[in-house]
Design a protein around this ligand. Structure first.
Ligand code: UDP
Ligand code: MG
Length: 162
């Protein structure tokens, strides 16, 4: 049984999603979680934390040459963030679809940023942009033992079995 769970966890796609301090302060935690949950993705890790500026710099390391880097890292470390790992088929790419374009002015209505944000510097949510980034970000934010070995809903979830 444990082996089944481990095998399943090893093959299932996972992504790192974070609700940034603006999303938390605006009371959008449940709204955002509910969009991923209703889609059918599985939450396999979640915690609330205020990252240090150094931690934020590590998270956004690929953007360190950009002019907005310092302000972005200051902002990410300015208050509580909800850090999560979501699992499911295609979750990396589809997670980005649920989130919408980086600039909320260009995000389609129906997406999280399209519906709930206005400017790029306060776009309320982060999502990994590819398989490599997802792996690195999950490793940066979570210890392996903080991740649930989620398995699909089976009859065991609704009835007792031997
Ligand atoms: N950002 C910004 N100004 C820009 C571009 C990006 O403040 O011109 C911020 C924005 O909060 C964005 C984050 O930097 O979410 C990371 O940028 P990236 O290009 O990775 O966008 P994302 O992957 O979050 O859509
Ligand atoms: Mg990005």
């Amino acid at each position: 049984m444990l082996q089944d769970q481990e095998a399943h966890a090893a093959e299932m796609e996972r992504t790192f999603i974070a609700i940034k301090p603006d999303g938390v302060q605006r009371g959008l935690i449940s709204e955002i979680i509910s969009r991923f949950e209703r889609k059918g993705f599985k939450l396999v890790a979640i915690k609330i934390m205020t990252p240090s500026k150094e931690f934020a710099q590590k998270h956004y390391d690929d953007l360190k040459e950009r002019p907005f880097f310092n302000g972005l890292c200051e902002f990410l470390s300015s208050g509580p963030v909800i850090a999560m790992v979501w699992e499911g088929e295609g979750v990396i790419k589809y997670g980005r679809k649920l989130i919408g374009a980086t600039d909320p002015q260009k995000s389609e209505p129906g997406t999280i940023r399209g519906d709930l944000a206005v400017v790029v510097g306060r776009n309320i949510i982060h999502g990994s942009d590819g398989p490599e980034t997802a792996k690195n970000e999950i490793n940066l934010w979570f210890k392996p033992q903080e991740l649930m070995a989620a398995k699909p809903l089976t009859t065991e979830a609704i009835a007792l079995t031997e």
